[in-house]
Write a protein that binds this ligand. Sequence first.
Ligand SMILES: [Zn+2]
Length: 258
Amino acid sequence: MFHMVISFCILFVSFIAFKIQALSKSGALASSFVGASIYLGFGIKGLALLGIFFVTSSLWSKFKAKQKKVIEEKLEKGSQRDWVQVFANGGVAAITSLIFYYTNDMIWEIAFLISMASATGDTWSSEIGPLSKTNPISIKNFNKVPAGTSGAISMLGTIGALSGVLLITIIGYILFPIHFKIALFVLLFGIVGNGIDTILGAFYQRSFCCKVCHMEMERSTHCGEPARLKSGEKWLTNDGVNFLSCLGAPVLALIFLM
Ligand SMILES: [Zn+2]
């Protein structure tokens, strides 16, 4: 009975997120799947962590949204998240939850926490960083680049990333039966995940240049024309980078633990 109520709640929250346009229809379906998987693996405490990620990310995305409009223009997608974005951020958390459900091995709990910490840091930094008054610095050549450029870092964005990772680590430490040392380990690899995100974003994520207005951007079309690939790998989108960093951080952590 209790499980049914929770399942209903997961569907209901996804539906509300769809109604307030935080998620597209496919995004709402995907988040129901992610929510159900996490509930199966980690119960209410897993859902609480997912809820914190989801609510804070949505709030940050609405925060000073007007100021971020210019940057949104360069992005592939708007603030309404679709299934690819949901799986890019929550897919690894869902998979580790399912593996934990079947194995009951604590390493999957650690992997889950790291993936959630990494996803939260990534999302916070990309919502908070663009509000920086100074332009970010590209880690490729340490030049100042326009706000919203992938692989560029600003003080504000970095503080955003660290705060997101720290929040998930603290809540994870409170809710999950983990040792303090493990919490530090989650914190460290959550930060590693954000580092992976920045490096992949700078060197491998695809970026385009509009043939008409010459704007550099993540979108592959602009001004009604297909844009020219400027740098990066054609297949590696921003969602791909998010997925790889949410996957890479726990993988590195598990290698370290072996
Ligand atoms: Zn254009």
